[in-house]
Design a protein around this ligand. Structure first.
Ligand code: HPA
Length: 278
């Protein structure tokens, strides 16, 4: 982030603040196919990305492109329904804007969600992988960072909050869906083409359990901003060569649709539980 981008961040946040509340507790960034999660939560405010001057707004199929706010037991939740991907041509500053806006609006915890291809053979499409760690094969969003008062040598030895991961597993057990909840290492490429079989074999050997095209830049910026991070992937398909099926975005969305059944109750209880930490 350079000075011009910092100014833009402040302007965008000012505009958002003038239209919704502030002092949020938790921020939630929803990836492909997660949009319906907030349907049952009682939306308070809704701001379309396209109505915020300077805010990126073109999203991909399966994403809505709006900021929503809701409340759970008095705690305020900020939701970015639709994320920006590096492969859409956005800069990593734009990709990570929702994270910096979340911090400026008061969030302490950020929840990042995505769809990913399963590399670990113990996973099945429709499973949820709680991200325990990651391997970044994208770029680093802090390159060229020039704003004073921030650390750029951000510690990444434990980016994913152990206590939030524990709560997630506890909620899964409570709901009797623990067989669908796995834990593992997320690896991200820029995309947008899917991986080759040789790449997936390489990713497997270096310790990755699932592959996607997002989230890691947001996690790095979240750690720089001092946020507590939770990340999860819905395994929408097995990665190239793990099964012999060709990969299609439609299949990703179809699996997301089927996984709603477990995601809705999970998020309801998970959010209720983690806000007690704040
Ligand atoms: N590869 C990369 N990104 C993905 C995949 C995949 O197989 N599935 C969903 N997002």
């Amino acid at each position: 982030m350079n000075h011009e981008q910092y100014k833009k961040l402040k302007e965008i946040t000012g505009e958002i603040k003038s239209r919704i509340d502030e002092n949020f507790d938790v921020s939630l960034i929803l990836g492909s196919g997660y949009g319906s999660i907030i349907d049952g939560m009682g939306v308070i405010d809704r701001v379309k990305y396209s109505s915020i001057p300077g805010f990126p707004h073109s999203t991909i199929k399966g994403q809505r492109g709006e900021i929503l706010t809701t409340k759970i037991e008095g705690k305020k939740i900020l939701v970015f329904n639709g994320r920006f991907h590096f492969y859409q041509g956005y800069s990593l500053f734009e990709v990570t804007l929702p994270v910096r806006v979340s911090k400026l609006l008061g969030a302490k915890i950020i929840i990042l969600t995505n769809a990913a291809g399963g590399i670990n053979k113990d996973f099945n499409p429709g499973d949820v992988m709680i991200i325990s760690d990651h391997i970044n094969l994208m770029n680093n969003p802090l390159i060229g960072f020039s704003i004073e008062g921030y650390e750029v040598f951000v510690d990444m030895s434990q980016p994913y909050s152990p206590r939030l991961r524990n709560v997630a597993m506890y909620i899964a057990r409570k709901l009797g869906i623990e067989n669908r909840f796995k834990s593992g290492v997320y690896i991200a490429t820029t995309g947008p083409s899917y991986e080759t079989k040789a790449e997936i074999e390489f990713f497997k050997r270096i310790g990755a359990d699932a592959v996607g095209m997002s989230t890691i830049p947001e996690v790095i910026v979240a750690k720089q901003e001092g946020l507590e991070v939770f990340g999860m992937s819905v395994i929408t398909n097995m990665a190239a060569g793990i099964t012999n099926l060709p990969l299609k975005h439609e299949d990703v969305l179809e699996t997301m649709e089927k996984t709603k059944k477990i995601l809705h109750p999970f998020f309801g209880l998970f959010l209720k539980r983690i806000i007690t930490f704040l």
